[in-house]
Design a protein around this ligand. Structure first.
Ligand SMILES: [Zn+2]
Length: 218
């Protein structure tokens, strides 16, 4: 029996605007992290609790990614996004911890592991996935779009994070030396619609399918 699409629609958010390395925030800046769902071996799954911190003067009036895959939302878009996804915004601070008018687009859900039919990713012999969780160590294939497939229903969301993490995690005794692999950011519904009007933004559709053969035959 053929696969049929479900009602859920979402896309990978892609921006051609990538912020310079000065705009990286991480364990090194002293921000707190929740490790309760993280791998005890590599730290993959650690959730940042504090706002990102970086030089606000480097931000522009556009939707940008940091080099660690955080989405920066300019002040102009904060109210529209807040009106449809209030849980998906977190303020960004300057290096001194002072609140700015820029916000981070924060996933409200981590998705289920993707289907084996997902393409456009690879692993690396040089930087293999963590042997305990197998959740980091994903990499993009050059010049090839990541085509994500989920083979079961998911609850509707506005901003989601892939279970799979790109790059290599390391959890160090000196926590500030730790580094965590990053999710792909998925957007859906009204948030996707708001961002679709932005320059430099594109979307790669995610495919949600349920196999009809698993449905009861009537
Ligand atoms: Zn691990």
């Amino acid at each position: 029996m053929p696969d049929i699409p479900t009602t859920m629609k979402a896309s990978i958010l892609v921006s051609k605007h990538v912020l310079p390395y000065q705009c990286i925030s991480g364990p090194r800046d002293g921000g707190r992290y929740d490790l309760s769902d993280a791998c005890p071996e590599c730290g993959t799954g650690a959730q940042r609790l504090d706002p990102l911190r970086f030089p606000i003067s480097m931000l522009r009036d556009r939707v940008s990614y940091t080099l660690t895959n955080e989405v920066v939302i300019p002040p102009r878009l904060v109210a529209p996004i807040r009106s449809v996804a209030p849980r998906c915004l977190r303020v960004i601070c300057d290096k001194a911890g002072k609140v700015s008018s820029y916000f981070e687009l924060v996933p409200e859900v981590t998705l289920i592991p993707w289907s084996a039919n997902t393409t456009g990713w690879c692993t690396s012999k040089l930087e293999p996935s963590c042997p305990k969780c197998g959740r980091d160590g994903y990499f993009n294939v050059p010049k090839q779009d990541l085509r994500i497939v989920y083979d079961s229903e998911v609850a509707p969301f506005s901003v989601g994070a892939t279970y799979e993490r790109f790059g290599k995690s390391r959890l160090r005794n000196d926590f500030r030396e730790s580094h965590f692999a990053v999710s792909q950011i998925l957007v859906a519904g009204a948030v996707e619609k708001i961002l679709s009007g932005e320059k430099g933004i594109s979307f790669i559709p995610v495919n949600f399918v349920v196999n009809e053969s698993t449905e009861p035959i009537s």
